[in-house]
Design a binder for this molecule. Structure first.
Ligand code: A3P
Length: 295
């Protein structure tokens, strides 16, 4: 019997079936080339957006892919999607998506790391799963944040993930960006990415990649960014209905949480921030952290 989860426990059980043991081993054994670019984010921080920017830059705006994961593979999922991580890509440099923290990520290449306000991440993550892994409306945003994001602050959860990447900012092989700055200045962001990956000389590609990375453009080509590849290949293994779907594009706003998050969950996330990033780095909230490496 296939069904979407109606509790967080069921959600976690189904989620644990997404990547097989062989898939995890294959990903862990991946050796990047020195000029490879890893788009390394916590989920919902703007990963898909950056996949589209990098792929657009390196190909001069190629859209000949069914889903962006085909063009810019997700390291952790590659084996279970039948992708070869050693293959060449449609453009140079090769680019990959990953949600690994720094300890886990393959070393020896270049990294684009994006951070985003954890409250917006929480809302985005919740809506991404609600309707795909979760039966619509069966788990509240409050419960999702408390039981999925905060309850067990393992190394892969938001706050330790940010802390693991933070010491590498400023290193020449790393480009650190904030989702909110990408929103505020997309042309400037695309130009920075182009420079980082060595494609700054191609003004036409930069212009086109910027246009094709706008929220409206990506929405217009929504099926290219909706994770249907993963749903088609992994829903059955996770015990989900074959037609369960989501999209990696939703609202594309900053501050979305202000309208939908309860005061209790706001306060909970503030406490977790203080206990983790606040104590470790001395930044009282996300805005302070963001200001610390504003372009
Ligand atoms: P929302 O759910 O808040 O809308 P990821 O790719 O890491 O899973 O991140 C998904 C988030 O990035 C979603 O946020 C999605 O809408 C947003 N996003 C994707 N492309 C975007 C774009 N071109 N402009 C702004 N936000 C974008």
């Amino acid at each position: 019997m296939t069904s979407r989860a109606t509790t967080i426990l069921e959600y976690k059980q189904k989620g644990s079936l997404m990547i097989t043991a062989q898939g995890a081993q294959y990903a862990a054994a991946f050796h990047p080339r020195p000029d490879d670019v890893l788009i390394a984010t916590y989920p919902k921080a703007g990963t898909t957006w950056m996949q589209q920017i990098v792929h657009g830059l390196r190909t001069g705006g190629d859209l000949d892919f069914d889903e962006i994961t085909e063009a810019v593979p997700w390291i952790e999922m590659a084996y279970d999607l039948g992708q070869d991580l050693t293959a060449d890509h449609a453009g140079t440099p090769r680019a990959f998506k990953t949600h690994y923290n720094w300890a886990e990520v393959p070393k020896g290449c270049r990294y684009i790391h994006i951070i985003r306000d954890p409250k917006d991440v929480a809302v985005s993550f919740y809506h991404f799963m609600d309707g795909w892994f979760l039966a619509p409306g069966s788990v509240s945003l409050d419960a999702f944040v408390k039981e999925k994001m905060v309850e067990n602050l393992h190394a892969g959860s938001y706050w330790p993930h940010v802390l693991s990447w933070w010491p590498h900012r400023g290193n020449s092989d790393f480009l650190f960006l904030c989702y909110e700055d990408m929103k505020a200045d997309l042309p400037g962001t695309v130009a920075r990415v182009a420079e980082f990956i060595g494609l700054e000389a191609n003004a036409a590609a930069i212009k086109l990649a910027t246009r094709q990375a706008s929220f409206d453009f990506m929405m217009h080509h929504g099926t290219k960014f909706d994770d249907h590849l993963i749903a088609e290949k992994r829903n059955a293994a996770c015990g989900l209905p074959l037609d369960a779907r989501s999209s990696k594009l939703r609202l594309g706003k900053t501050g979305d949480h202000k309208d939908v998050m309860s005061k209790a969950t706001h306060a909970l996330l503030d406490r977790i921030w203080q206990k983790t990033i606040g104590e470790a780095l001395g930044y009282a909230n996300y805005q302070e952290l963001r200001s610390a490496f504003a372009p």
